[in-house]
Design a protein around this ligand. Sequence first.
Ligand SMILES: Nc1ncnc2c1ncn2[C@@H]1O[C@H](COP(=O)(O)OP(=O)(O)OP(=O)(O)O)[C@@H](O)[C@H]1O
Ligand SMILES: [Mg+2]
Length: 231
Amino acid sequence: MLNVENVNLHYGAAQALRGVSITAPMGKITCVLGRNGVGKSSLLRAITGQHPVSGGEIRFEDKVLNGMAPFNRARHGVGYVPQGREIFPLLTVKENLETGYAPLSRKERSIPDDVFSLFPVLATMISRRGGDLSGGQQQQLAIGRAMVTRPKILVLDEPTEGIQPSIIKDIGRAIRYLRDSTGMAILLVEQYLDFCRELADHVYIMDRGEIVHEGPAEVLDTEEARRHLTV
Ligand SMILES: Nc1ncnc2c1ncn2[C@@H]1O[C@H](COP(=O)(O)OP(=O)(O)OP(=O)(O)O)[C@@H](O)[C@H]1O
Ligand SMILES: [Mg+2]
């Protein structure tokens, strides 16, 4: 499992994470809810190594990740779907998926069939440029690219942001399938309460850089959650 213990993160003098502790067990979907600017992406940047922490410890399967380069975290099984998708607009769908080969050994380099069964549109559009896809299709591509790296934990930053409802359903189905079929850990950051409640096993709520509430999804107090999610 992933263990985040008492993590602090600063941008210059500004503190974005304050003593954040969460766990994300294998075979479970863990959701971190919070409104704009509370530090959700900062938490994922700390986990994936995009930004250094200024205190605390991050472990995955008992390996300390602190100080490890993002590339090496990917090799240790940390898959990342960043906010805003960050696909390569001038590369084709196939080439975008193949960028996921980077942390793999030569013999592991293939695109899993699951990518196309979960997101058939990617097969249809395999030679299309990434930049020509709709936002929802790009999100599916970003998840597919992370699946190519054969993650043991998949970390997703607001995958529903700006996506139409039918594709949100497909993404939810894919996330559930990945948990159930591979037993990977899934850490999902969201503002969309209903999506999170339907999908998650365990929920954390974040406010102003801190975890302010946590519990199993089935007993999530939606009034309390809504209070933290509205400005
Ligand atoms: N590169 C940066 N330099 C300085 N401050 C930053 C930087 N990135 C984020 N911040 C600040 O840190 C705080 C947390 O930002 P973060 O992006 O983690 O929030 P978030 O919960 O992901 O928000 P959103 O829902 O809008 O994506 C915010 O106050 C933000 O302005
Ligand atoms: Mg964010």
